[in-house]
Design a protein around this ligand. Sequence first.
Ligand SMILES: Nc1nc2c(ncn2[C@@H]2O[C@H](COP(=O)(O)OP(=O)(O)O)[C@@H](O)[C@H]2O)c(=O)[nH]1
Ligand SMILES: [Mg+2]
Length: 397
Amino acid sequence: MSILIALAGKPNCGKSTFFKAATLADVEIANYPFTTIKPNLGVSYVRAKCPCKELHLTCPKCSDGERFIAVELLDVAGLVPEAHKGKGLGNAFLDDMRQAQAIIHVIDASGGTDIEGNVVPVGTHDPLDDIKFLETEITMWMFGILHKNWVKLSRKASASGEKIEDVIAEQFAGLGIDNVMAKQALLETGLVDKHIVNWTEPEMIELSDLLRKISKPLVIAANKADIAPPQNLEKLKGLEKDGYRVIACSAGIELALRNAASHGFIQYLPGDKDFTIKNPEKLNPAQKGALEKMREFLKKNDGTGIQKCLNEVVFGLLGYIVAYPVEDESKFTDKSGNVLPDAFLIKKGSTARDLAFRVHTQIGESFLFGINARTKMRLGDKYELQDNDIIKITSTK
Ligand SMILES: Nc1nc2c(ncn2[C@@H]2O[C@H](COP(=O)(O)OP(=O)(O)O)[C@@H](O)[C@H]2O)c(=O)[nH]1
Ligand SMILES: [Mg+2]
């Protein structure tokens, strides 16, 4: 049920630093059973405004009115050009991407690494050259699957009269592609009206590219922004007019700040635009200087950008909202009196009954009605959840 986000990019762009920073959580925040699932799979968080503040409640689950909700993050092995043909870690990389719902494409915005990730002087490599190649690798990998199975798929579509979007969705189910996504890609390419037997290779590549875009949307993390020449950041930002979402960030600074916070030197929450030094007398001048430099970056960029990337993926690209189920709608608690015990990430468009199913299958099946805890209004099973809703669910079970 959890959302899986893949961190992808060429070697040395900062994926592992991003991963380390984003999965290094304070014990108070880390209400997830384990923070590192596998060495490269960890738990990170999106940040949302918890309703506790507006309701004047004390909520043990959030920090100063900020709620951190778990998502899973995957540090994907470095990708090199021609991976789809087996270069580098090749298909291991691509296999890792299968389950991801979205990608954070980490770019070395400083231009200090070449296309294969070798270190070069800062400013000498054009980071724009790194954008396309990741996309091409994934697209060509998907095209490879389509091409390899083309005869089988054609036969299926011809013989059984199965709808082409169902045939495609079935083939790519392991990549999280359903028939709605397949239909969209077929419509946009116009291939919905052309029998699969007659598809050309360029058409299949175009279809694969659209399937990729739809099933693995991405944000661009313009990383190492702390050392990047300003013109590089401007160029990357310029991609937004082509529909990309580009976020300047510094995984290095985020990691340093989270470390400083976990050691009690500073007060800082992931996503904050500033921090406070707790015990200035415990810091030497060099440490203070380093912190002030980082503060400058935060002020200029509205934070380190790391939390922004995660929030943008979940709330922007994937269209999730947050819903808070409660059992006691007058106190906003569960049965034991815990205030706002759960925060669920759920797709925009989901209904009160969908939320009931998230709480428990049985509760979904025996759903009677919901109650909006703020207004005490009754809600039917088809009520469309709004972001930040607090809902009591009544069921026969
Ligand atoms: N200046 C700066 N260096 C960074 C940043 N993020 C990562 N690095 C450095 O870039 C190098 C590669 O980082 P790493 O996370 O191992 O990259 P990966 O190969 O993509 O996992 C390391 O020396 C990091 O310290 C950043 O935001 N700013
Ligand atoms: Mg790494």
